[in-house]
Design a protein around this ligand. Structure first.
Ligand code: F6P
Length: 471
């Protein structure tokens, strides 16, 4: 089997602390099963020369990381990746702040990654590049003569060409995807948007079945919805609910039903809109006052970017307003926490929560939704309230699907979730769980790598579980 080299901006170095992001949750088990190299940024910023890459070997994986110079970090990460690509790919043209200098920094860091990779790549390595930070990486490697199979997976949404073309210099950036052998996207919608862009803007010839001819190179576009470790996570949740930490949280509820939300503090997650919906719920369904506690866990993220500070302020103010309006000396409706929690703690909290609120305005997949389903007790499961604009809505079709822009509707869905009869909860949970047990993380990585290595069309995604109840 050829060696696997995974490349991403963040690297999940073991013992690197508690991280909130979906990418690390997804890659680490896939790479551990197969062994290989994980290359990327160490997470450290330096004012001097970053020096050579550092390697940490653990079992069958070598974690190879480089530090980033302060100006690179500002222009590449804070700048083009997170002030331009992130908002635009999440359909938020209003938040994009383009500068030519940042675009230059983005290409420079991709070149720097390619230079470092050059020293370690063997001709038969299979290279798997992750996410929007590294769109031009394969092109930079091809220009250095590397002929390896190189795949790219976009963890976040791909908007329609009508939005993508508003990205200044998109014609310099997006066609660089033609240097990959395989481009993986989360959903059919994302893949068809990418195909439409290739056809209308790059004018490449479609060969059918998601295959495109980029100047004589065959590039395939496929759908690979990223999964979670469904069964291991279910086992973890069964153990975690017995831990002292989760017991303490449950005891502190004094018999009230818990609603839970877990998100990085990011405007794409729809947190202020969700809090407003919770406020509507309390206003429109007064019988629930004093009987529910909403726990919102929201680790801070990308803190040096102004839009993230703004959203932090807005969420803090909204939480304060709701507690001020509805709280009692003996009851706080909303617990808003910025601390990151361990996977075990989250697994236990998910299992203890009657309802999960996962209502992003736009999300590539959202693994919190999938982990919540995995963590439930099938005999007495909680209810997932899920945004129709999360990639996970395709597989978790038995969740209560909501429009996150409609606070009345989300408020009504919270009431419906809390009042749902046991039989309906069981059916909905069983249907979602069966799909997630089939399309789990192992299958995601295997489908992608098989298609990358063999150049074949991907195996189909299973969106309807065999024997699932109809809804
Ligand atoms: O969801 C997109 C994503 O890049 C994840 O893949 C990642 O784990 C998360 O955002 C965290 O972002 P950052 O690396 O900027 O902290």
């Amino acid at each position: 089997m050829p060696r696997l080299v995974v490349v991403s901006n963040r690297v999940g170095i073991p013992d690197g602390g508690t991280r909130a992001g979906g990418l690390e949750v997804a890659i680490r088990p896939a790479l551990k099963r197969r062994g290989g190299i994980w290359f990327g940024w160490s997470g450290k910023i330096t004012d001097s020369d970053p020096g050579p890459a550092k390697t940490t070997v653990q079992e069958n994986v070598s974690y190879v990381t480089i530090d980033m110079r302060r100006d690179d970090h500002e222009e590449f990460y804070n700048g083009f990746a997170n002030r331009v690509l992130w908002p635009i790919l999440h359909y938020r043209l209003d938040l994009a702040e383009f500068s030519r200098r940042d675009l230059g920094g983005y290409f420079r860091v991709n070149e720097h990654f390619a230079r470092n990779l050059e020293e370690m790549l063997r001709p038969d390595d299979v290279v798997w590049v992750h996410d929007y930070h590294l769109i031009p990486l394969a092109k930079a490697l091809r220009e250095r003569g590397h002929k390896n199979r190189i795949g790219f997976f976009l963890h976040i949404p791909c908007p329609p060409p009508e939005i993508l073309t508003a990205l200044p210099n998109h014609e310099r950036l997006m066609p660089a995807l033609g240097a990959y052998d395989l481009i993986g996207l989360q959903t059919e919608t994302d893949a068809s948007n990418m195909c439409r862009y290739f056809e209308s803007e790059c004018r490449v010839r479609g060969l059918g079945g998601g295959l495109y001819d980029f100047d004589g190179r065959n590039v395939r576009v496929g759908v690979y919805p990223v999964g979670v470790e469904t069964e291991p996570f279910a086992r973890l949740a069964r153990r975690a609910i017995e831990t002292a930490f989760v017991r303490e949280v449950v005891d502190s509820l004094a018999g009230r039903a818990m609603l839970i939300g877990v998100d990085r503090l990011d405007y794409s997650k729809g947190i202020p809109e969700r809090l407003n919906a919770f406020e509507r719920f309390l206003a429109n369904f007064p019988d629930w006052r004093g009987k529910v506690t909403y726990l919102q866990i929201t680790p801070r993220s990308r803190t040096s970017i102004a839009e993230y500070a703004d959203i932090g302020r807005l969420v803090g103010e909204t939480a304060g307003r709701i507690n001020g309006r509805f709280g009692e000396a003996s009851w706080t409706p909303l617990r808003y926490i910025n601390k990151a929690h361990s996977r075990t703690a989250l697994a236990g909290l998910y299992r203890a929560a009657r309802v999960a609120l996962v209502t992003p305005l736009r999300d590539g997949m959202n693994l919190v939704a999938k982990e919540y389903v995995a963590a439930q007790n099938p005999d007495d499961p909680g209810v997932l309230v899920l945004s129709r604009f999360a990639g996970a809505a395709h597989e978790c079709a038995a969740a209560l699907l909501v429009n996150p822009y409609d606070p009345e509707g989300v408020g009504a869905a919270i009431n419906r979730a809390l009042s749902m009869p046991l039989e309906e909860r069981r059916e909905r949970h069983a249907q979602n769980y069966r799909v997630l047990a089939q399309n789990d993380l192992t299958r995601w990585a295997e489908r992608f790598l098989a298609a990358l290595e063999q150049g074949a069309a991907p195996a189909p995604v299973r969106l309807v579980a065999r024997g699932a109840a109809a809804h």
